[in-house]
Design a protein around this ligand. Structure first.
Ligand SMILES: O=C(O)CCC(=O)C(=O)O
Length: 200
């Protein structure tokens, strides 16, 4: 599979020696309002807990893994089976972006709760070396921010309904990403993130 993703109309952003890609979901698998509402209903009742410097902290958004467990920030997000509604997105990502994508993590952000995700690099534990991380945005627009790991350089990208980002493996090692909360944020956003994990 080509890694410039031109075959799915992804735009390549240069970040020094690294790259980041943005584009849109194709129309045949676009998510409409009814599906968006159904996806919102899937969010867990409780916040996932992570471990920071030995302290248990609740994540400032809802999260749930599907398909493959996801280990990060000292804890494991135990996967549920992939719901039918996510199958077309997984199928498209696998066939068009990377054949080993098999794990999905959903993040639910409600502006009324000031939800966000802080600056981080994704854990590469159990990840297929070289596989990219894919993020599909649904719902209200937010800012997806990349910052150079241990540096000041920063780039903001608009995450709109239907936006697809591809973060190459090497870019995740050298750049952090985050979705800050701003006072101007309204409504709800869901991100569907896809990763390639080695079989358990
Ligand atoms: O919600 C997003 O777009 C980013 C999610 C994210 O950074 C993560 O799951 O590690």
């Amino acid at each position: 599979m080509p890694t410039d993703y031109a075959h799915i109309q992804m735009y390549q952003h240069r970040l020094g020696d690294d790259a980041f890609f943005s584009g849109s979901l194709p129309a045949d698998i676009a998510i409409g309002q009814a599906q968006l509402d159904a996806l919102w209903q899937l969010h867990p009742a409780d916040y996932h807990e992570i471990s920071i410097h030995g302290r248990r902290v609740k994540t400032p958004r809802w999260q749930q893994a599907y398909g493959m467990d996801y280990h990060y920030t000292g804890r494991t997000n135990r996967a549920l089976p992939v719901p039918n509604i996510l199958e077309p997105l997984l199928h498209w990502s696998k066939h068009q972006i990377h054949g080993q994508l098999n794990g999905i993590l959903l993040n639910w952000y409600d502006a009324a709760c000031r939800h966000y995700i802080g600056r981080h690099r994704d854990s590469t534990r159990n990840m297929v070396v070289g596989a990219p991380i894919v993020t599909i945005s649904l719902g209200e627009t937010r800012t997806f921010r990349l910052r150079k790991w241990r540096g000041d350089e920063r780039h903001d990208f608009e995450a709109k309904h239907g936006t697809v980002f591809i973060l190459p493996y090497a870019t995740n090692l050298r750049w952090t990403h985050e979705v800050p909360h701003f006072a101007r944020d309204i409504g709800r956003r869901i991100s569907i993130t896809l990763r390639a994990f080695l079989p358990a």
